[in-house]
Design a protein around this ligand. Structure first.
Ligand code: GDP
Length: 165
């Protein structure tokens, strides 16, 4: 742990789930970028939330990078698992990757971000939530959001601020 008031947050999920878009939208306007490029390796951003400093680790989701995800769990306080709720055909892949991650001994608290609500019908959102709940169990929080429109990101910030460590 770098600083006592710092919460280290790891953002993971399949490629194209919307991780970089969410991170960008969480940042203060002055720090946002207009152009999001695919994340190769990782990017770290800092976000001040109430009395907490949150460091956001955006790790690339391409399948070639997935074997390295485990390396980041050291000193991670919270895992935000981002899923593109509109992509039914990749739900199983998302479930499987998350399940595999949760085998790790150092798993932090988990927030599941059901992203792209603007593209997703309500029954599809519920089905995605149910499917991922089976994987993470009762302890995790779920947030429905859109990195693009900003909808639900306040709830995500609140969930991050609630993380105790
Ligand atoms: P990453 O690979 O997980 O970092 O995904 P990106 O942040 O690069 O987003 C992948 C694509 O999905 C981009 O074209 C984004 O504009 C789009 N996207 C991300 N979030 C949303 C969302 O909430 N709604 C919609 N409609 N598109 C989104």
């Amino acid at each position: 742990k770098l600083k006592d008031n710092e919460t280290r947050c790891l953002i993971l999920g399949l490629d194209n789930a919307g991780k970089s878009t969410i991170v960008n939208s969480l940042l203060p306007e002055s720090q946002r970028t207009d152009e999001i490029t695919p994340t190769v390796g990782f990017k770290i951003h800092s976000l001040q939330l109430q009395d907490k400093l949150i460091s956001l680790w955006d790790v690339g989701g391409q399948s070639t990078l997935r074997p390295f995800w485990d390396n980041y769990f050291d000193r991670t306080d919270v895992l935000v698992w981002v899923v593109d709720a509109s992509e039914t055909f990749r739900l199983h892949e998302s479930q499987r990757e998350l399940q595999e991650l949760l085998q790790n001994d150092n798993i932090p608290q988990v927030i599941v971000a059901l992203n792209k609500v603007d593209l997703t019908a309500a029954d599809q959102l519920s089905a995605t939530e149910t499917a991922l709940k089976e994987v993470v169990g009762p302890g995790a929080s779920f947030v429905r959001c859109s990195g693009l429109s900003g909808q639900g990101l306040f709830a995500l910030k609140e969930a991050l601020a609630r993380i105790s460590y």
